[in-house]
Write a protein that binds this ligand. Structure first.
Ligand SMILES: Cc1ncc(COP(=O)(O)O)c(C=O)c1O
Length: 396
């Protein structure tokens, strides 16, 4: 059996995808499984976006494009960031690159920023892919906990204490997967000050993963670190994409905006790996970003209704307590009252109640289980009934 390279040691497949596959297999076998594992909106891609893709095919936009994306899309992303983030945030099209999903943009960024021995600060709980992405870049993740009692807000003093001469970057993710926490403006400001105070030059970078920034529940407001401190724009790689906001996960379009030398290095790297993201998907993304935005708001409103139903219901079940997410579509439910680790509880729920969730271990917590509310209200209501029954039987 051929041996694989050292750097792939310990890199396993995404645990969220594995559980989703198990739930799908049970459903296929005819079991009435309620699936809360989805990491993607359950809505169809908006009609106008689909039509733009069909048009792109018919107009033979089916050849290689520039590696960093078609110029219209890069410009549209720069305009969109300015429209949404406001003055003075102005990127040139050359400071934007399009990748095959936000995950690919993160991969490219970490590959070009990190050298072996570097450290990257990751706030916990964290999205499952950050650790392997950092390790694949030869760097070491250094985790800084956020506390539930503090609304999963980052602690700027704790971050500052963690910074060493080896720290190359910090990854921010607001709204967060898995907690749904949105970093408050005051915390972002304090964090910006801590980062600048730790190192005067621009060698400590910020990777700001803002993929859920349009799925936010008022009165919460997602702010980017470059908005609260525009002087950080020279060392921030802002990552976003169309996957979540426009329900386009399968189209694989994400992007990064940042300092031109970093973006250029990412483009060079991409030129030797995937080349351009799919041409048809780029035309679809162009329509998504420049077209009618009402669908984005409608979907966010629907997620908010589901959040209210799910979180309210979970908090009534003995042994569970659930943080109220201000964004994204995940409920990060504390199961410590059940006195068993998260993976055991998730396995019990799947077996006893046919409810598929994602245990928190992959996100850095044994005390939480993640429910995705990218599923219908009737599914949420049925699951709450099943969980209440399960909890009642367990207490007997
Ligand atoms: C926090 C976070 N960042 C990035 C991504 C990846 O997005 P994409 O599908 O565009 O690669 C996800 C997807 O689950 C995510 O949750």
């Amino acid at each position: 059996m051929p041996q694989t390279a050292d750097r792939t040691e310990g890199i396993t497949g995404s645990p969220t995808l594995a559980l989703a596959a198990k739930a799908k297999a049970l459903a296929k076998a005819g079991k009435p499984v309620l699936d809360f594992t989805a990491g993607e909106p359950d809505f169809p891609t908006p009609q106008a976006v689909k039509a733009a893709a069909v048009k792109a095919i018919e107009q033979n936009c089916t050849k290689y494009t520039p590696v960093a994306g078609i110029p219209e899309l890069r410009q549209a992303i720069a305009n969109d960031l300015h429209r949404r983030l406001g003055d003075p945030i102005k990127y040139a099209a050359a400071e934007v690159m399009v990748s095959c999903g936000a995950k690919h943009a993160l991969y490219n960024a970490l590959q070009v920023l990190c050298d072996p021995g570097d450290e990257v600060i990751v706030l916990a709980p964290y999205w499952v892919s950050y650790e392997p992405l950092v390790r694949l870049a030869g760097a070491a993740p250094v985790f800084v906990e956020t506390r539930e009692a503090d609304g999963f807000q980052p602690d700027p003093a704790a971050v500052k204490r963690t910074i060493t001469s080896k720290t190359r970057a910090i990854i921010l993710n607001s709204p967060s997967n898995p907690t749904g926490a949105v970093i408050e403006e005051s915390r972002l400001k304090a964090l910006a000050a801590a980062l600048k105070g730790a190192r005067a030059d621009d060698s400590l970078c910020i990777i700001s993963d803002e993929i859920y920034d349009q799925i936010v529940f008022p009165p919460a407001r997602a702010r980017s670190i470059v908005q609260v401190d525009p002087t950080l724009i020279d060392r921030t790689i802002l990552v976003n994409g169309v996957s979540k906001s426009y329900s386009m996960t399968g189209w694989r379009i994400g992007y990064a905006a940042g300092p031109k030398n970093v973006i250029d290095a990412m483009i060079n790297l991409q030129s030797h790996s995937t080349s351009n993201p799919a041409s048809i998907s780029q035309y679809a993304a162009l329509e998504a970003i420049t077209g009618d935005q009402r669908e984005v708001q409608r979907m966010a409103g629907e997620f908010q209704r589901r959040r209210d139903a799910l979180v309210g219901g979970l908090n009534e079940i003995p042994g569970l307590s659930c943080f109220n997410p201000q964004g994204a579509f995940y409920a990060w439910c504390n199961i410590s009252g059940l006195k068993q680790p998260a993976d055991a509880i998730a396995a019990r729920w799947l077996e006893d109640a046919l409810i598929a969730t994602v245990p928190g271990e992959g996100f850095g917590s044994r005390e939480h289980v993640r429910f995705s509310f990218a599923t219908s209200l009737p599914t949420i209501e049925e699951a709450l009934q099943r969980l209440a029954k399960w909890a009642g039987e367990r207490r007997r």
